[in-house]
Design a protein around this ligand. Structure first.
Ligand SMILES: [Zn+2]
Ligand SMILES: [Zn+2]
Length: 215
């Protein structure tokens, strides 16, 4: 996908290109995936803990991964979802068990504009291996918020408040949330709060890329 090499194998990326991707280093905060010495829980999570318990990110949001994600999202290059989901399954615990997999919901208007939900496609492929329940109906996005990227970092958590509704009891369930990019974590925090308010006991986030800018 990133060079002229003929053999990208099942990931559609050759060994050289794979090695050059901005992989998330091992020393990251287990809860929010920000860089953190020795992989300890970071200061930001200690000061104000997010609603999710664990975050796993494949990459830093940097070149050329950012461009690959843009291509995936805006040119509907759906085959890229195969690569991302395979890498997630390889690198994150393959024995992880979840009662439900919930992709980050898009507002119906946003979905109509874009034509597909980029997180749903990845979640669908993950679920084929994880054999959980892919749930696209329990959680809905009820507010059409301005795109997070258009807002200064500090305004993002305010922007997300009350953005989701969960109509399902999730008593003591283990939930996997799937999203493409985590920036400040405001959307995933809000979604995680919503599913915890519905009873979920454990919430894990799997994202393709994490931006390392502090919010
Ligand atoms: Zn290559
Ligand atoms: Zn953290």
């Amino acid at each position: 996908m990133l060079c002229a090499a003929a053999d990208g194998g099942e990931l559609a990326l050759c060994t050289g290109c794979l090695e050059d991707l901005p992989w998330q280093p091992a020393s990251a905060c287990p809860q929010c995936s920000l860089l953190s010495p020795f992989g300890a829980v970071c200061g930001s999570c200690l000061r104000s803990a997010p609603a999710f318990d664990i975050t796993r990110a494949l990459f830093n949001y940097a070149y050329p991964l950012a461009q690959l994600l843009q291509r995936y999202k805006y040119q509907q290059a759906l085959h890229i979802a195969q690569t991302f989901s395979k890498l997630m399954l390889q690198r994150f615990s393959r024995t992880a068990t979840f009662d439900r997999i919930i992709p980050m919901p898009l507002h119906p208007k946003r979905l109509a504009e874009r034509g597909f939900n980029q997180s749903l496609e990845i979640a669908r492929l993950l679920n084929r291996q994880l054999h959980s329940t892919l749930d696209t109906t329990s959680c809905q996005r009820i507010r059409l918020t301005p795109p997070q990227a258009s807002l200064p970092l500090k305004a993002r958590s305010r922007n997300m408040r009350g953005a989701f509704r969960c109509e399902q009891r999730l008593q003591c369930e283990r939930i996997l949330l799937v999203d493409d990019v985590m920036t400040t974590g405001a959307s995933l925090h809000e979604l995680a709060s919503t599913v915890k308010a519905a009873g979920a006991s454990h919430v894990e986030c799997w994202v393709v890329a994490r931006t390392q800018a502090k919010g």
